[in-house]
Design a protein around this ligand. Structure first.
Ligand code: C2O
Ligand code: CU
Length: 428
């Protein structure tokens, strides 16, 4: 995964940059001109960031910050982000995790663009027509560079946000799980904010780590109002917790009571206080199953145009010509995993089987999938872009082919992806 063309070098020629069968990836770009344009510039550079405790961590940053500057736009605007690089030793791109950008804006080096090298730049443009909670991150050696800090939050608001409405990143810096809000250094411990009772609260929590985190809210009944950016209708939770897949987002919604509230994930947390009262204990209630929690309001399709099975495992497979223990899809490592071919307008069913002993948070680029069932139990159903297939589990998901191009789908435990648990979704 090193060098300019990590995805390109070993690709079958039919999938190389700018020529994917009949699809010209680099032509699939966002609008060239538009009325309401929101412009941002992000400069990738190394920096030492300070955690809330004062501890310094060597990081890779956008504009000297990690998480990078929060990008927040209004639905209907056109987003223009100029990425510049001052990274001496590696390339960088911006991938819009969960957001359905045109394929040429997807930020996959060697597939949709070349990585930006030191002194270079790339301009991303797309319409913000999909409201919700998303995030951006580099896709060049992301198993190292994203974890080292090259990521930030991206939010599209349908209306003016009210109350305390904040993206919150759960990210491990220097071995410590932190809670990072937009306007403060990552808190390795408790972040605290004072809010008056009655304030509407929406915490847009993103798991930017490689492993799942279990989170919950204590001190007030709450709802998960959106999963992976898309609204769900689900019941009120009281002290219950939910597991958030690597790459996934939950919008946690409640009204600030007259006593403190704690959103916690392990030892990290966000304490919201009206200024009086003691912090509640971290929630310790039962885990809900997100696939049965709420509904995205979509009927599951009854028939499918094609079906694919992905068996996820850890096997000895050839990597760079050498047999090595690798994370595999259908017994192969990327780029030898057969691409899933799709056609515009089709419904595709994927059966994802985890034969290994670790969770695999699967993430298709450019699309959400509709979860149909988990281990034979029917799902709500619910749309997700990052779904945790646990050890031994079988998930059935459906994808509606509506965003032409050549896309990656991979495990968001990014060391697994780097070892081969990656494939292409290719429109023909
Ligand atoms: Cu956040 Cu290819 O992923
Ligand atoms: Cu994995």
């Amino acid at each position: 995964w090193s060098g300019l063309s990590m995805w390109n070098a070993r690709l079958p020629s039919s999938l190389r940059l700018a020529s994917a069968g009949s699809v010209d990836v680099t032509a699939l770009r966002g609008p060239a001109d538009a009325a309401r344009v929101r412009r941002f510039t992000l400069t990738a550079r190394p920096a030492v960031i300070k955690l809330a405790s004062g501890r310094g961590v060597e990081a890779l940053t956008f504009d000297g910050r990690s998480p990078g500057p929060p990008l927040r736009v209004r639905q209907g605007e056109t987003v223009e982000v100029r990425l510049r690089s001052l990274l001496p030793d590696r390339g960088v791109t911006l991938h819009w995790h969960g957001y359905h950008v045109p394929n040429g804006e997807d930020g996959v080096p060697g597939l949709t663009q070349n990585a930006v090298r030191e002194g270079g730049e790339f301009v991303y443009r797309f319409r913000a027509d999909q409201p919700g909670s998303y995030w951006y991150h580099t896709h060049e050696t992301p198993n190292r560079a994203l974890q080292a800090g090259l990521f930030g939050m991206f939010t599209v608001d349908p209306v003016t946000p009210e109350g305390f409405d904040e993206p919150v990143a759960l990210h491990t810096f220097g071995g410590a799980l932190t809670v990072a809000l937009a306007d403060a250094p990552p808190a390795d411990g408790l972040a605290t904010r004072t809010l008056s009772p009655g304030t509407p609260v929406r915490l847009r929590v993103a798991n930017t780590d490689n492993a799942p985190h279990t989170l919950g809210v204590s001190g007030v009944p709450y709802r998960i109002a959106a999963v992976d950016g898309l609204p769900v209708t689900g019941r009120i939770l009281r002290d219950e917790r939910a597991q958030l897949a690597a790459g996934g987002r939950y919008d946690l919604v409640f009204t600030m009571p007259s006593r403190p509230v704690l959103m916690s994930a392990g030892a990290a947390g966000l304490l919201l206080t009206p200024g009086v009262g003691a912090a509640p204990a971290p929630s310790a209630g039962p885990l809900i199953d997100i696939t049965r929690y709420g509904s995205g309001g979509t009927e599951a399709p009854r028939r499918f145009d094609r079906s694919y099975t992905w068996v996820l495992d850890r096997l000895i497979a050839l990597r760079g010509g050498v047999p090595r223990l690798s994370h595999t899809v259908n017994g192969q490592v990327w780029p030898r995993v057969a691409p899933a071919l799709v056609k515009q307008g089709e419904w595709i069913r994927f059966t994802v089987v985890n034969r290994g002993g670790e969770p695999h948070p699967m993430h298709p680029h450019g699309h959400h999938v509709l979860v149909l069932s988990r281990d034979g139990v029917k799902a709500a159903p619910i749309w997700m872009d990052s779904f945790d297939v646990g050890p031994g589990e079988v998930w059935e998901v459906a994808l509606r082919a509506g965003n032409p191009g050549v896309w990656l789908a991979h495990c968001h435990e990014l060391t697994h992806a780097a070892e081969g648990m990656t494939l292409h979704l290719a429109y023909d």
